[in-house]
Write a protein that binds this ligand. Structure first.
Ligand SMILES: [Fe+2]
Length: 253
């Protein structure tokens, strides 16, 4: 049977083999984001944000995360003024319902309530008033910032307020932020670590984030190299492989 490359097919393969022999061995890729028994970032609380929509969907998500290796799942619903105006009291009530649903479904996983606080001008006051939610022995306060190129205006003040309460700021999905890229961005991240901020990165259910895949993958690779991946979360919004919510008009999720 005639080959598309015609008489050049075999010589080209030989040429390619010789070319590969002369190449220096490539640097091994950095280790991928490892599974952790505690999932620090998930939207399994139903009916409060863009995560689980129903009790059944929440149960499906708990099962999926349990099958995926999670032993403890921190529910981190959005507290996002203007979009998801949640308050700790009602979130605790829904969390109790989630715990009962888990028991009835017989899912062997520990649950804890946290929140994903949006960094804006209201967060400092919220922290000072104790109207926020922290979790874990680290007393983590998970917070997310906008993803644009400029350093968030209220970042320093919010970090200071959290640290002043003896709690630990945990920056959500650090790999997403354009303001944290480039040499200037890495200096900002180093400064944040120096004052006690810890970093969470996202993984995808069913597989780890592979460093090198796009700008987020490159950011994760560098975070791993620096030893700056403190916590890992699924950021699961749906009981699906990618777990993403319905699209928003704006980029935060
Ligand atoms: Fe999230």
């Amino acid at each position: 049977m005639a080959d598309a490359a015609g008489p050049f097919y075999i010589p080209m393969r030989v040429f390619d083999f010789v070319r590969r022999l002369g190449r220096k061995p490539s640097k091994p890729p950095p280790a991928a984001v490892a599974y952790r028994p505690r999932d620090c970032h998930s939207h399994v609380l139903w009916g409060v944000d863009d995560g689980a929509r129903t009790r059944d969907e929440a149960i499906e998500m708990l099962r999926l995360l349990r099958q995926d290796g999670a032993r403890r799942i921190v529910a981190t619903p959005h507290i996002y003024p203007g979009r998801f105006p949640n308050e700790p009291g009602p979130l605790r009530e829904r969390f109790e319902e989630l715990c009962r649903a888990r028991d009835e479904a017989g899912i062997d996983v520990e649950l804890e309530l946290g929140a994903e606080h949006f960094l804006d001008e209201t967060l400092v006051r919220r922290v000072e008033d104790g109207a926020h939610v922290c979790f874990g022995p680290e007393r983590y306060v998970l917070f997310e910032a906008h993803t644009g190129p400029t350093i968030p205006v209220h970042l320093d003040d919010a970090v200071r307020a959290i640290v002043a309460r003896g709690q630990t700021p945990l920056l959500a999905h650090v790999e997403r932020y354009r303001w944290a890229r480039g040499e200037e961005g890495w200096e900002v991240l180093a400064d944040l670590r120096a004052v006690g901020v810890r970093f969470q990165v996202n993984r995808t259910v069913g597989h780890v984030n592979v460093p090198g895949e796009g700008s987020r993958g490159r950011a994760i690779a560098r975070l791993l190299e620096e030893g700056w991946v403190d916590e890992v979360g699924s950021d699961l919004h749906r009981p699906t492989a990618d777990g993403r919510p319905d699209p928003y008009p704006s980029p935060a999720a």
